[in-house]
Design a protein. Structure first.
Length: 446
């Protein structure tokens, strides 16, 4: 594992202190950036703006390894601006103030402040940027793998343009790997690696669109490969071994990431608190974004607990807010609390099933008009057309129950929600059954 404040261990055969291949192979021109032609192709708005040096504050939203850091650095180089980069994981308001003070002392040269993982900043930290972005003291370039609509303050987001970087496809990653193998100055060309096209395609599939991860796997695999006749020949076994080592050290977006979140979700569903805590710890210790975990717990609360324990949704939202407020490591305890609660909560997917069925009807059936008695009639014309005619106001009826249909004609009698007899949903099921009996009795007596 990497030292807390140091560099990760050198790959086998690489001198300590030498930059990883992914850093050495960063594109030096816009034309070298792969897979983002929708932003950087000839005539595209972002490319034209960069080439004119007209840099504005922006959010770069894209998956890991898609080129966010590289693009920000190139913008500063082309614009002749001072480039200051720090991570939202390790920096706080104090560091922000220092950057701002430095930028104000040297206004003759623009400062581009690149904030990696900006979604990890809390509201106070994000708000600290606002006046200085507005005044032009600095140009903010934030990078995020999360939807900025949810993770970046609306005030800050309104002052930035959002550019969406696409995940790299397999041919894109193979192109990047091929460059690294051929480059003798920055890449692995001097090692004379014998790598078949099928091997490069395998690395690209393992990396799942993450160029950084692919280059790291390639470097480890090449340096581990034995020399045969002056060349290093890569085998599938060597690539998979290198990918495994890389996943354990760095990877948060490959197959193992999805395996572990699946294990957490299923341990929660099967009401096993100990296994759930273990998989939570595995994710957080590997460097997973705790807010990603929090979102999965919120989803689980509705999908797998539902109305069997409505408090589960409130608790998971509170755990998310607690992590936002406390950060790591204190905030992780709130996530652990939520995991234990969810594991031991009564389970029901009745809401999930009901929502799927209702949505399927909307998508697959004709969109019938709203029944006239359910429509508002704010004008005389609407009243004359029958809008609202015959509507019964529930609060005027005994027990607030009325005899009227609410679904379109073709869906009369459709039942989506079928509550279980577990937890608080048992009481909901009792109420629903009583309402249905009342309707049936009134219909029978009509």
């Amino acid at each position: 594992m990497a030292d807390l404040f140091g560099e990760p261990p050198a790959a086998p055969g690489r001198a300590a202190g030498e930059a990883p291949l992914a850093d050495r192979m960063r594109p030096r021109t816009l034309d070298e950036i792969v897979g983002q032609d929708h932003l950087l192709g000839p005539g595209r708005v972002l490319r034209a703006m960069i080439e004119r040096g007209e840099i504005h504050s922006m959010i770069l939203w894209g998956p890991p390894g898609s080129g966010k850091t590289t693009l920000a650095s190139l913008m500063a180089t082309i614009a002749g601006a001072r480039f200051v980069a720090f991570s939202a994981v390790l920096s706080g308001v104090k560091e922000i103030r220092q950057v701002i003070a430095d930028a104000e002392r040297d206004r003759r040269r623009r400062t581009i402040l690149f904030v990696d993982e900006i979604h990890r900043f809390n509201r106070a930290q994000q708000d600290a940027f606002l006046p200085h972005v507005e005044s032009g003291v600095l140009v903010l370039v934030g990078a995020t793998t999360e939807n900025p609509s949810f993770e970046v303050n609306s005030a800050l987001l309104s002052r930035c343009r959002v550019y969406v970087l696409r995940g790299l496809d397999e041919p894109d990653v193979v192109t990047i790997l091929g460059r690294a193998l051929a480059d003798r100055e920055r890449g692995l060309g001097a090692l004379r690696a014998d790598v078949a096209d099928e091997a490069l395609a395998l690395i690209a599939r393992i990396a799942n669109g993450d160029a950084r991860s692919a280059l790291n796997v390639l470097e480890v695999a090449v340096r581990m490969a034995p020399e045969e006749g002056g060349a290093r020949r890569l085998t599938e076994a060597a690539i998979r071994e290198a990918a495994q080592k890389k996943t354990l050290l760095y990877d948060k977006s490959g197959e193992e990431h999805y395996n572990i979140i699946s294990a957490l979700h299923k341990s929660l569903r099967d009401s096993d608190p100990d296994a759930s805590l273990y998989w939570l710890a595995r994710m957080l210790e590997a460097g997973e974004d705790p807010l990603y975990v929090a979102r999965r717990l919120v989803r689980f609360a509705s999908e797998d607990v539902g109305n069997a324990d409505p408090a589960a949704l409130a608790l998971t939202l509170a755990a998310r807010d607690a992590y936002h407020f406390l950060g790591t490591p204190e905030g992780e305890l709130a996530l652990a609390q939520a995991v234990i609660y969810l594991a031991l909560a009564p389970k029901s997917n009745a809401v999930y099933v009901a929502w799927d069925e209702a949505r399927d009807d909307v998508r697959q059936r004709p969109a019938e008009p709203v029944p006239l008695h359910l429509r508002n009639a704010p004008t005389g014309l609407m009243k004359n057309l029958g809008y609202g005619r015959g509507y019964q106001y529930a609060h005027d009826a005994p027990d607030a129950r009325v005899e009227q249909e609410h679904l379109p004609q073709a869906l009369r009698g459709r039942a989506y929600y079928r509550p279980t007899d577990r937890g608080q949903e048992a009481e909901i099921a009792r109420r629903l059954a009583a309402w249905k009996r009342w309707r049936a009795e009134r219909a029978g007596g009509a």
